[in-house]
Write a protein that binds this ligand. Structure first.
Ligand code: BMA
Length: 296
């Protein structure tokens, strides 16, 4: 198996949303209670984003809820930091809790927000876990060496690399280190950012990331050491998916493949949910073995 796009892509477009939106895209993904949940970003006609859940029994056919699950207005104590929108959720399960990291956007520029839930109905909003500018944050699904770990992408002063940090309680973070820098002169030369929460494999932590050159977004994959997650032990030689089809090439932002959610099935298959041209939601399928082989 290589990486196969689902033949009915895109699986969701704005026509599938029961209320008026400009676009639906960049979903976090999780399996909960036997169902597939996508935490989708919907850009409202005014140009600010909120989050809505799409639910599926099979991972292919999704139904979008009739109202938002989280909006900027729900963030009462933190509204100043999310006034212009909440975007691009990554979802990590640690024991029986789900942690959501997403971008809060405001006049202060993007920063990383953290919320938690155990039922996808009630949310405890912890607030910012970074200063601006920072985005693309994903939390590892278990403690390593007694700490929680996250990756993110600071972008102040035109920073363009992925960083890793650790926390004793998932709220307070320190020990920041550079994890990965863009390879100069290649498809990712302008900027990289984490695309998914890392998945544990016997060979290391596997993580999708996006790379950008000339505003063209593509995905790559990277392998991190299990015990020392700040060490990169493997990386794909080039992009693993690039914008090739019209639904990835033409949209609000042309030539974008962006992902912030994937699901590992019990048999090792992986469903990568991604968006084309900041407009829709698509699916590509692969498996862990193939992704690991790309990192060797
Ligand atoms: C990134 C984020 C994503 C978006 C991508 C491509 O910086 O803002 O939300 O999908 O750019 O436009």
């Amino acid at each position: 198996m290589e990486i196969c796009r689902y033949n009915k892509n895109p699986i969701l477009t704005k026509e599938d949303v029961p209320f008026k939106v400009n676009s639906i895209f960049n979903p976090g993904a999780v399996k909960y209670d036997g169902k597939y949940l996508l935490f989708c970003r919907v850009e409202m006609p005014i140009g600010r984003s909120s989050l809505v859940i799409a639910e599926s029994e099979d991972g292919y056919n999704f139904k979008v809820a009739s109202k938002h699950v989280l909006t900027p207005e729900d963030h009462k104590d933190f509204y100043d930091y999310v006034k212009w929108g909440i975007e691009d959720t990554r979802i990590t399960q640690i024991e029986n809790k789900f942690y959501l990291t997403y971008t809060g956007y405001s006049k202060f520029q993007p920063l990383v927000m953290l919320s938690e839930t155990s039922n996808f109905v009630d949310f405890k909003i912890h607030g910012p876990i970074s200063e601006p500018s920072n985005k693309d944050c994903a939390i590892f699904p278990e403690k390593i060496n007694g700490y929680y770990w996250k990756v993110d992408r600071p972008s102040a002063e035109k920073r363009r690399d992925i960083w890793i940090s650790r926390s004793p309680d998932i709220i307070h973070w320190g020990g920041h280190k550079v994890l990965l820098e863009p390879e100069p002169g290649t498809w990712e030369t302008d900027r990289i950012g984490s695309s998914s929460n890392p998945i544990k494999t016997r060979e290391g932590w596997l993580m999708l990331y996006h790379g950008v050159r000339s505003s063209i977004y593509k995905l790559g994959v990277v392998l991190l050491d299990l015990e020392k997650p700040w060490l990169v032990i493997g990386k794909s030689k080039g992009p693993i998916i690039s914008p090739d089809y019209d639904y990835e090439r033409i949209g609000d932002v042309n030539n974008v493949i962006f992902s912030n959610g994937w699901i590992l099935e019990d048999n090792g298959d992986v469903k990568i949910y991604y968006s084309g041209a900041d407009m829709n939601i698509c699916l590509a399928e692969t498996n862990i073995q193939y992704l690991l082989s790309l990192c060797k």
